[in-house]
Design a protein around this ligand. Structure first.
Ligand SMILES: Nc1ncnc2c1ncn2[C@@H]1O[C@H](COP(=O)(O)OP(=O)(O)OP(=O)(O)O)[C@@H](O)[C@H]1O
Length: 352
């Protein structure tokens, strides 16, 4: 098997816009054929990053290398048309006065007519959108417009495809199927892609790598499983799920808390931040006493709100087992020790 080759190398990208650091030393390397899902809260710099890669925004510092060629930085600037980068905008930006087929052909003006027709027919066939090709954008549903926009972005066979919130305009029901279809197509074509979203759940299930961004910086990157189960930072832990923050302090080789003791590395920085997901709590005879403050049954999931002595905030516990607990009842709660997450809280203010 061939070694993967980095096709997008983003090195220490910085860009100030309107006095804000939209990009602040952002670095990431993406392999050929890799699908990266870039996620972060609104305003963290996701769109600016895509625009810099596409060449429709400049850099203050840093360098972008695409396919081995320096395209931005060190006084180099390669024009967007020369970059072999496709861009799919959040609102699709289809031309209203062109049919679906003409929209798809739009980026192929420099090809001769026969080759262009062939290319357009090929992508229409691949996406199974033949029935839409003579229609105008206003005659298409949101899902159909999304497919035309995708076909238009893919028609020039870009080495890299950038997609800004490509599924956010779709209904919930449609979003899942369009997302799977789009990913399957990108994989079949071997396209390297960066897909932007602000939805944590979507990020975890889209693509090979999740890259979490905050205030113009990369917080961490890894597979969806890794960033969810073993986040390296408290910011990532809290971005991808609700959390219980539990006070804890060092006691020898352990972090001691009202919910028990957890192993702590000797060199772990202090103060300690102990974070526990609602699903990491369970009821057991030898747990810590807790009073049920609230209980909500949600079909497959039961949620309990539990007051524990020594905790200012009640704990949220979720389980797929129905405990049958009643409000006011005293229960005993424990933590799956391997799921307790311990961080250093000294940088919390700057990271949230
Ligand atoms: N043209 C501009 N002029 C001034 N400030 C800008 C400009 N473009 C972006 N910004 C600022 O830069 C920061 C990053 O913006 P950007 O649009 O890249 O974020 P984003 O993560 O894509 O947000 P969203 O998810 O809301 O689209 C924001 O604080 C934004 O207000």
């Amino acid at each position: 098997m061939m070694q993967p080759r980095p096709i997008v190398v983003l090195d220490q990208l910085s860009r100030k816009l309107g006095g804000v650091s939209a990009l602040d030393g952002f670095s990431l390397s993406i392999d050929e054929g890799e699908i990266v899902c870039l996620v972060g809260h609104s305003g963290c710099g996701k769109s600016t990053l895509l625009r810099v890669i596409a060449g429709i925004e400049t850099l203050d510092a840093g360098a972008v290398t695409l396919n081995g060629q320096l395209v931005s930085g060190q006084s180099v600037f390669v024009e967007p048309e020369q970059r072999k980068v496709g861009f799919m905008f959040q609102d699709y930006a289809l031309f209203p006065h062109l049919t679906a087929r003409q929209n798809i052909a739009f980026g192929l003006k420099r090809m001769d007519r026969t080759a262009r027709d062939e290319r357009v027919s090929d992508i229409i066939k691949r996406l199974g959108i033949d029935a839409l090709s003579a229609k105008y954008p206003h005659q298409l549903s949101g899902g159909e417009q999304q497919r035309i926009a995708l076909a238009r972005a893919l028609a020039p066979q870009p080495a890299i495809l950038l997609m800004d919130e490509p599924f956010s305009n779709l209904d919930r029901g449609l979003r899942e199927s369009v997302r799977l279809e789009t990913l399957n197509l990108l994989r079949a074509l071997g396209t390297t892609a960066i897909i932007v979203t602000h939805d944590p759940e979507e990020a975890l299930s889209t693509g090979d790598t999740v890259a979490l961004m905050h205030k113009g910086r990369l917080v961490e990157a890894g597979t969806g499983e890794a960033v969810y189960a073993k986040p390296q930072t408290a910011y990532a832990a809290s971005f991808f799920s609700q959390l219980n923050r539990v006070p804890a302090c060092r006691d020898g080789a352990a972090a001691s808390s009202p919910l028990g003791r957890f192993p702590l590395a000797p060199d772990h920085p202090e103060p300690i931040e102990l974070l526990i997901r609602p699903h990491s709590l369970f009821l057991t005879q030898d747990g810590t006493a807790a009073r049920v403050v609230d209980r909500a049954f949600r079909g497959e999931i039961e949620q309990l709100v539990l007051a524990v002595d020594g905790l200012a905030e009640p704990l949220i516990m979720r389980s797929s087992r129905n405990s049958g607990a009643e409000i006011g009842q005293i229960v005993r709660v424990s933590v799956r020790p391997e799921e307790a997450m311990i961080f250093d809280s000294s940088h919390r203010e700057s990271s949230t």
